[in-house]
Design a protein around this ligand. Structure first.
Ligand code: G4P
Length: 523
């Protein structure tokens, strides 16, 4: 039996941030294989394997092949209990993707060696950076020709503004990929070599044995030159800087061929943080505090269309969750017994009886929870810090198709907005409704749920992508500042927001109205 403290300290909760196609799914599958959570690779998402086709997610998700159950994956590896949170990307990119990053203690950034830092990686990186969480980098697809490793490090530092420390270094690449020089474990790991002689040890000078054929290659010589350069001019390894997210340990490998993944996992687990304290309105809450508490960072609707249930994803921040325990929702002060809860493991959902700080559990929800809600067991009752709002990028005008059904239209919009699924604005001049979202899928889910749950057909007209900027000095705003290229709207809290047509319109506005101070939300 392990103690509560040991249980908590064994948790590692992280998300993978990457641009679509960098290899997130492949990497996740390999990690799950090591953890014994799945038997075959190819089960993480339905997109390719189709294995989830019959499970019970909402229609729209079926069509797109997104797996709800892969939202959270848990597995044990050696003495660790690992929670991987999925960050939906591409078409499915949404505020949920950002909010998931609020629930983790560290992030793994996967970069395609041929492409370098891409747009979505940058967006997600910024959110991690804001939180100051450790970020570990895995540069993937070394079995293919990509950019030079030094060039990739430079990109990390220039584009992301983060220092890097390569834990290992590739010897060759693509067709001539020999393996990695493992600076940290002081060995060379050979590519496509049987287990027994996969690792080569180094002599006191950090070289492999003289008679080894790799040593004669220009790639080895080049790698050693690079490493010498890194020793002299590169960043020093610093545990403190890793912990504060200022320095990213970098690993090279190939997820598809399962090369460098285990080395990565083992080193990552050693350095990644256990559950961290969280700020609440009564001060910092330590994960080892025995009072159960947590916050909701995501609500997934209609996992089972037959019942209109929803699942609220809860990050446990302190204490131990036990099925049937009485919890209080801080926002309303209401206490209820939680009898139905789920924990997520690879491809099947199982009922959770116990979970501790760092774990993610799903609570069946009949409409009680909102994103950002805190629940606690016993006293004191407190509230975790508010989750940040993210700037939407896509906008649609929305109205009820049937004017006689305004009531259900408003009820639906109100609830879906409250849930955090979508943001609502009203144009100042004409009082039209505008919805804002981070990703296109949110509109489709909105439309689908308005019909399915509120019996309200909506008319939506895309107005495309806009740059939203909030106004600091509202008293200086004049009606005339609003135009078709800079639409003035109010958000749900009544704050004034400009929706600019594009970057050019934003700059033009700022030049013309220097006294107006604009600001951006996160994201
Ligand atoms: P994502 O979740 O980040 O979107 O990426 P995913 O893992 O689906 O990988 C995207 C593509 O890149 C896949 O190929 C995958 O096989 C490939 N890939 C991942 N890791 C590596 C690697 O280390 N080396 C090489 N060469 N390729 C890699 P695909 O053709 O799009 O899909 P599939 O039909 O092969 O599954």
């Amino acid at each position: 039996m392990t103690s509560f403290k040991e249980d908590v300290l064994s948790r590692r909760t992280f998300a993978i941030i990457s641009h679509p196609d960098a290899g997130k799914t492949t990497m996740t599958e390999k990690l799950l294989l090591f953890g014994g959570a799945i038997r075959d690779a190819g089960t993480v998402k339905g997109k390719k394997s189709g294995k989830f086709a019959t499970s019970d997610w909402m229609e729209i998700e079926k069509q797109r092949g997104i797996s709800v159950t892969s939202s959270v994956m848990q597995f044990a590896y050696k003495d660790f209990n690992v929670n991987i949170l999925d960050t939906p990307g591409h078409q499915d990119f949404s505020e949920d993707t950002y909010r998931t990053l609020m629930a983790v203690d560290s992030a793994v950034m996967i970069v395609d060696a041929a492409k370098g830092i891409e747009a979505q990686t940058l967006k997600l990186f910024k959110v991690c950076r804001m939180r100051g969480i450790p970020i570990f980098t895995f540069i993937n697809k070394l079995d293919r020709q990509g950019k030079m490793p030094l060039e990739l490090l430079e990109e990390l530092e220039e584009v992301l503004g983060i220092q890097s420390y390569p834990m290992n270094w590739p010897i060759g690449m693509g067709k001539e990929f020999f393996g990695i020089y493992d600076r940290y474990n002081k060995r060379v790991e050979q590519f496509r070599t049987e287990e027994a002689d996969r690792f080569l040890s180094l002599d006191a000078d950090g070289h492999i044995a003289a008679d080894h054929p790799i040593k004669q290659t220009s790639h080895y010589i080049e790698a050693m030159d690079d490493i010498m350069l890194l020793e002299e001019a590169g960043n020093d390894f610093s545990r403190e800087k890793i912990d504060s997210g200022e320095l990213s340990p970098v690993f090279f490998g190939s997820a598809l061929t399962n090369f460098g993944v285990q080395t990565f996992l083992e080193t990552y687990l050693q350095f990644a943080p256990a559950p961290q304290p969280r700020t609440a309105d009564i001060g910092e809450i330590d994960p080892l505090n025995e009072q159960f508490s947590g916050f909701i960072f995501k609500i997934q609707a209609n996992m089972n269309p037959a019942h209109r249930d929803r699942i609220a994803f809860l990050r446990i921040c302190s204490g131990k969750f036990e099925r049937g325990m009485a919890v209080t929702l801080a926002r309303t002060g209401k206490t209820t017994k939680v009898s139905q809860s789920t924990q997520f493991l690879a491809d099947d959902r199982s009922t959770v009886n116990e979970a501790v700080s760092g774990d993610i559990i799903g609570l069946y929800d009949t409409g009680n929870y909102q994103i950002g809600d805190t629940i606690t067991a016993g006293k004191p009752i407190f509230q975790y810090e508010k989750l940040p709002q993210f700037t939407p990028e896509l906008f649609v005008k929305v109205a009820a198709k049937n004017v006689m059904k305004q009531k259900s239209f408003h009820k639906g919009i109100d609830q879906l907005v409250q849930e955090g699924a979508i943001q609502l604005y009203k144009t100042v001049r004409t009082e039209e409704y505008i919805l804002g979202a981070v990703g296109q899928l949110q509109f489709e889910v909105f439309e689908h749920r308005m019909i399915g749950e509120y019996n309200s057909e909506v008319r939506m007209e895309s107005i495309g992508s806009k740059i939203a900027r909030w106004v600091e000095n509202e008293e200086d705003i004049k009606d005339s500042m609003s135009s078709s290229r800079s639409t003035l709207v109010r958000d749900r809290a009544g704050k004034l927001v400009f929706l600019f047509e594009n970057d050019f319109a934003l700059r033009w506005f700022q030049d013309k109205h220097e006294n107006i101070r604009l600001y951006n939300l996160m994201g």
